[in-house]
Each structure stands twice: as structure tokens, then as C-alpha cells.
Write a new protein. Sequence first.
Length: 153
Amino acid sequence: MNDPAVAAFWELAGAPAVTARHLAAQLGGDGRSVPCLGLLDGTPMSYWEVYRADLDPLARCYPARPQDTGIHLLIGRAADRGRGLGGTLIRAVADLVLDHRPGCGRVVAEPDLRNTPSVAAFLAAGFRLSAEAEVPGKRAALMIRDRALRHLL
């Protein structure tokens, strides 16, 4: 979280206790958001949050549908960024969501518009830019991957 490229968008830089509080809130919460750690060859390289977007404050910022599922991600190590891994990982996680949540009709994300590598990775993963939205703390690119279009993209 202290890498400048990550800290600029996640706002969790600082002592390990800052990240620990963020994780504790999710792990001790109601299950609407699940934190995940991504490994590459056994080495931690990404952090994910899979959450019920329709039950999240985000739902007030776009026309949410029942069981919309959102994803947040970061690729932590600079060596893992800019290699095309983001799009591949996002596609894989979105597929897992759609495979394991049959009531979910679409997967959504809302990266900061200034985070062009993230927006590009979502596009590479078959998401479409639906709109720009004002969400707490940022102007976001509302990205959507529809179940109905899953096998076409």
C-alpha cells in the first residue's frame, strides 16, 4: 500500500496498522466484501476485494441491479505492472464471480478515471466503460462486464 502507484488510488499508505484496520473491517464485517490475496508462482502480487455492489454505497452512484458484484484490485509489485497481467487477472476473477454467483448478471468496477492502466486492464478483460460517475473521493470509470456477453468478449 506504500508503493506510490498504489497509494495514489487506494489511500491506505502508512504503517502496517493502516492496512490491518482496513482488512479487519472486511474480515469482521457482514460478508458483503471479501478480501483476497493473489499469488504468482507462490509470491503475493495482487490484492482483491470482491463485494456486493448492489449493497454498497456505490449503488447510489449508478443504476445498480440486484446481485451486481464489484471488484477492486491492485497489483502490488512494480515488476508485475505493465505486463498485461491485469487484464488476464481481472477476466479470471470476473469469470469466477459469474461461475459461483449464478444470480449475478454483471460484474462492475469503478476505477479512478486517472488510473488509465486500470481502466485499460478492465477493457482488456471484456468490461465496457458504461459511464463516468462521481463516487466518494473520486471521479470513476464505471466498468461493467455483462454475463450475457461473457462468451462474446
